[in-house]
Design a protein around this ligand. Sequence first.
Ligand SMILES: [Zn+2]
Length: 238
Amino acid sequence: MHRQMSLLRDLQAIDSYIDRLRQELKQLDSGERIRAKLEKNRQRMEDIKERYNQCYATAAEQERRLQEFDARIRQAEADLYSGRITNPRELQLMQHEIEQAKQTREELDIEMLRMWEMLETMKQDIDASEKDLQQLERLYEAHVEDYRQRRAALEAEIAFNEHEREKLAALIDPDVRQRYQTLRERLGGIAVAVVEQKACSVCHTLLTPYTLTRLETEDALITCESCGRLLYDPKLLE
Ligand SMILES: [Zn+2]
């Protein structure tokens, strides 16, 4: 049985290693968090751009109206100095209207200027956000690439070790292998324990002299009285 036990020890080592690799594979970060952030920022970018375009359209329309207003003032001034109108009261009234229109024109101009300044600020925000977005895109691509490489490496390592495991398992008696398998399923993947300072290395229960003697003298599979795992004493295995 020492030969079988030594094979079981090796099988447990390789199985535990495969378990760790699988766990690592499961915990690999595929970049979902960055992708979600990227998606959110893209959407925000679309919203900002849409708002900018709306503001721009409003400003352009305002500018067009301003030009119409200017044309009307010019027309009124042309009428005023054409000599067509001779009534002094009418002339005075027209002059007054033109003055008022010019004042309104100045106010509109200031408003217009504010709008263009606001649009300029919005444009700067868009440019900065665009840069941030591009940076995040590059980060995401790099992360995904790294994730793919690590996943591929882990999968290859698992495949190689599974192959090695099968070769090793084939050397073990079927009933022993079955017992190991059942224990592994029942005991969280660890079916084999080492005797360390007369105790089980997994559950740390001190083994009885009877069990320790059996380990030395009997050619059988000996289990921990407490946790039921298959025991081996490193001194007794080659
Ligand atoms: Zn134990």
